[in-house]
Write a protein that binds this ligand. Structure first.
Ligand code: 4SX
Ligand code: FE2
Ligand code: CA
Length: 334
């Protein structure tokens, strides 16, 4: 089948999470991580980082069950929203138009789909602009989050995820592969960084984590120190450390509902047209932590369930490969 043109995706733009206690979520994301509130209404908070000039990069919506409501990609032009609609319709997927005013606050006409991996994904062009806070040093607090960097999703079939995102025009910066080049994980991008989306093999569709960027590694360390000082160290799951893949400095936290977030800084430029994929062997114990520190089991196994377009929880399918069972030092598992 010849598919219609793929929409021109700019970047991973925002995620909307369902949270069971908006006050607790606000403490975590606003007070501790340092997101700024752009819009607030009973039941919903729209948040952004200091560098973001659009309305939000994270939306927290109150619900009975914690879940991923949807992830969203911004596209280059209003016409690309129609392209997304035609592209996913040709794939036989569930596709829904969400006119301005009926979807997420601040976002104009959008299209929501259940993609071939089972994820609820929005494509939009139009979004309200926001005030520049990059030099409002007086407003900075907590981890001083600058922007959303990436989505990491759990999906059972990594080659299928790779093929789908290739068909949407994504490049591949890095992979983790077995001895026969079987894919355990892949990092894919539209903006000129290591990734907008990465795949962790496991039961899916589930959201593994949101990656949010700080400017400097000391902000990552400070976030960990603040959680420790407040006796809230149980929110720290993995790190701080240096990733092999991406070279970023990182810290994984769990929010009050268990949604995972990675504070991430100092990856690299990938924008040259002949940028080559960097391939890690799954037995290299520097791949997930460059210093060879163990990855704990919860990081491989636990993730956020995802909703369908009607707000119902989706079933998951088990992963085809289990990286945590591979015998390497960096896991301390297997
Ligand atoms: O654990 S990995 O070093 O493979 C890794 C995980 C690299 C970059 C990421 O953003 C990530 O979540
Ligand atoms: Fe990440
Ligand atoms: Ca080791």
């Amino acid at each position: 089948m010849i598919l219609p043109d793929a929409p021109d995706v700019i970047r991973s733009a925002y995620a909307q999470l369902a949270v069971t206690d908006l006050g607790a979520a606000r403490w975590f994301w606003v007070d501790m991580l340092g997101f700024h509130i752009q819009y607030e209404d009973p039941g919903i908070l729209c948040l952004r980082g200091t560098d973001e000039l659009t309305h939000h990069s994270l939306v927290l919506r109150h619900a009975e069950v914690a879940a991923l409501d949807h992830i969203a990609y911004r596209v280059r032009t209003p016409e690309d929203v129609g392209k997304a609609e035609r592209f996913f319709t040709a794939l036989g997927r569930t596709v829904r138009r969400v006119p301005k005013g009926e979807g997420t606050p601040g976002v104009g006409d959008a299209v929501r789909v259940i993609d071939p991996l089972g994820f609820p994904v929005e494509f939009f062009y139009d979004i309200e602009r926001a005030e520049r806070l990059i030099q409002r040093y007086d407003l900075r607090h907590g981890a001083e989050i600058a922007r959303l960097d990436h989505f990491n999703i759990c999906t059972p079939d990594i080659p299928a995820a790779y093929d789908h995102y290739r068909s949407l025009g994504f490049g591949c910066s890095e992979t983790i592969e077995g001895d026969e080049h079987e894919l355990y994980a892949a990092w894919m991008y539209r903006k000129q960084t290591v990734h907008d989306v990465a795949f962790t093999c496991g039961a899916g569709p589930r959201l593994h984590h949101l990656g949010v960027a700080t400017h400097e590694s000391h902000q990552v360390l400070r976030a960990a120190d603040i959680f420790g000082a407040l006796r809230k160290e149980h929110h720290i799951e993995r790190g701080p450390g240096r990733h092999g893949v991406s070279n970023a400095f990182y810290l994984y936290l769990r929010d009050p509902d268990g949604h995972r977030v990675e504070i991430y800084t100092s990856d690299y430029y990938t924008g040259d047209p002949d940028h080559e994929t960097h391939r890690w062997n799954v037995h290299d114990d520097r791949r997930r932590d460059f210093w060879g520190n163990a990855v704990i089991e919860s990081w491989y196994k636990e993730a956020t369930p995802v909703l369908d377009l009607d707000g119902a929880l989706q079933q998951v399918t088990d992963g085809l490969v289990d990286e945590s069972a591979v015998q390497v030092g960096a896991d301390g598992l297997g």
